[in-house]
Write a new protein. Sequence first.
Length: 319
Amino acid sequence: MAASTRLVAIAGLLALLVCTSNGQLSPSFYAKSCPNVEQIVLSGMADAIKKEPRMGASIIRLFFHDCFVQGCDASILLDNAPGLASEKDAVSNKNSARGFEVIDAIKAQVEKACRATVSCADILALSARDSVSLLGGSNWTVLLGRRDSTTANQTEANNLPSPFENLTSLVSKFAAKGLTAQELTVLSGAHTVGFSVCFAFRTRVWGPEPNINISFAMARRQNCPASGGDTNLAPLTTPNTNRFGNQYFKNLMVGRALLHSDQELFKGGAGPTDGMVRRYGKDGGAFARDFAAAMVRMGNIGLKTGNQGEVRLDCRKVN
Ligand code: HEM
Ligand SMILES: *[C@@H]1O[C@H](CO)[C@@H](O)[C@H](O)[C@H]1NC(C)=O
Ligand SMILES: *[C@@H]1O[C@H](CO)[C@@H](O)[C@H](O)[C@H]1NC(C)=O
Ligand SMILES: *[C@@H]1O[C@H](CO)[C@@H](O)[C@H](O)[C@H]1NC(C)=O
Ligand SMILES: *[C@@H]1O[C@H](CO)[C@@H](O)[C@H](O)[C@H]1NC(C)=O
């Protein structure tokens, strides 16, 4: 059997396994009802990234923040409404989560092609995958068939992982969503793209802080004063290339993580996840493969399928 044929066979077997063990989502969920959905989302994301290179990163983060609150059900997309406290106002999202207009524009295109068929949750899952691959990272098959929530949970959104947390508490927040320390480590590699506000990294660069390269700290202090400038931006990975690769892990190994939570994954060689960081820093292929697998697993958190929830017509509002 030729190598490529074997690869296809293995991929098919894997897809089958995922399908049967999951029972609900399927890569061909819209094959009949909306055959062009993947093409529409991809071209929408390509336009958005062309307009603003950071947008890919912003959409990837939106997907993470969606899945960690009530599951991947587009709850983060709901605006405030009577009886509904938007997750957009939670600490980790306020003035920070972005890209809602991009999802609205893609949803409008999808609605034009296939009315009331594709959920906002699936559009977000596809948009995040396309962001990664358009930025030069891996590409994977997205399992589809998620339903949208009719509720949001601002309280749970206020409990999203914070940049000030230690490894123990990050591991336990991921474990609460069924994800391992390895998945926490590889998914954090999304910080290979995008930016952070000064507020989130001030205490890291002003200290006292272990495991930081002092010249890196000095450089970052330039646009993040000890007080003020809370919304000034710095790249999560230096240099910022807007390309999805493994530079993030290389930086962790030399004390150049921007966030305290990032550096928690590598503590000078002695920490429980240090070995994984070394591996991903050395082997970009391993990072690409494991990242894709972990994104699929994250995309399976707290699924609503079948008759649960609804397919929203407007991602910002319950029908
Ligand atoms: C491990 C726990 C995590 C913490 C504490 C964390 C924290 C943060 C913080 C503080 C920012 C900056 C936000 C801002 O300035 O507005 C950020 C940005 C970002 N995060 Fe995370 N994050 C975590 C995990 C993840 C995961 C699992 C993903 C995706 C798989 C992700 C993807 C991103 C991306 C792409 C950005 C850049 C967004 C942009 O530029 O708009 N993060 N994260
Ligand atoms: C990702 O793979 C799909 C097919 O599996 C393809 O249609 C799409 O163009 C790929 N995305 C990118 C950005 O290359
Ligand atoms: C919101 O999430 C919290 C924490 O997971 C949970 O205890 C609470 O019941 C949820 N609230 C609603 C209204 O679902
Ligand atoms: C990590 O943070 C938690 C919660 O703030 C705290 O209870 C715990 O003692 C910390 N663990 C370590 C090892 O610092
Ligand atoms: C910090 O980084 C700089 C620049 O990469 C390097 O020259 C220096 O040796 C590093 N310092 C330490 C203590 O590792």
